[in-house]
Design a protein around this ligand. Sequence first.
Ligand SMILES: Nc1ncnc2c1ncn2[C@@H]1O[C@H](COP(=O)(O)OP(=O)(O)OP(=O)(O)O)[C@@H](O)[C@H]1O
Length: 253
Amino acid sequence: MSLSASSVSWAVRDRLIVDGVSIDATPGSMVGLLGPNGSGKSSLLRLLAGLRAPSSGVVRLGDDDLVTLRRRHVAQRVGVVEQESATDTDPLVRDVIELGRIPHRRSWQPAGEHDVDAVRRAAAATGVLERLEQPYATLSGGERQRVQIARALAQDPEVLLLDEPTNHLDIRHQLEVLRLVRDAEVTAVAALHDLNLAAAYCDEVVVLAEGRVVASGTPTAVITEDLVADVYGVTAFVEPHPVTGALTVVWQP
Ligand SMILES: Nc1ncnc2c1ncn2[C@@H]1O[C@H](COP(=O)(O)OP(=O)(O)OP(=O)(O)O)[C@@H](O)[C@H]1O
């Protein structure tokens, strides 16, 4: 399923946080949102998720304007992994992942066999199967992040929106999570800070600065030494890796 934004803006009081952004995530593709702190990545993801309505412009899920769709219809199709997910109860890991099944159940229905299977599959895919009976609050930061990704996968979404899904993870789990998202049959949009990971896993990247798109396209076309200097204000060397050929960004300290 495609997800697109056309000239989407979002303002708080007089300040435009997202300013006329257009992006197009084609079915099955993985789009990376790049840009410095405060450039509007999380705000844009919330607009794409329908958690906020744009001040102007349109977000479309498939052919439909997101604001016209019922919440449940969206929840059955769009999974969201936000940066911090606080809970005010003390659930087990199993309960947290099972939340992903709620949009697929009638309100009075308890979890069925299909739901239990979906939870186990998502937990196995994210490496948290052994943690299912552990209180969520006692997990490490990286484990919590993987449980949140498991919750979104258990939702069996067609679109997955992820806000810095790798920021707490060790390198093996960073690679595993991005591989999982790329290989899942979903359209994914992920805010990422690591340009090397974005280049390795994204079909397209969109670079934001002060709420506006300053570049978009394939990682190789977009992630250049000039762009890094302009957008992040740092010097980098961008070259194909001598062994793998992958685009590699090395920082000048
Ligand atoms: N509800 C709000 N009220 C006021 N300002 C807001 C609100 N939400 C976001 N902002 C501001 O909008 C700007 C963009 O924030 P956002 O979280 O979207 O950036 P980001 O690119 O995700 O940043 P980071 O990389 O640090 O996570 C920031 O300056 C932030 O302070």
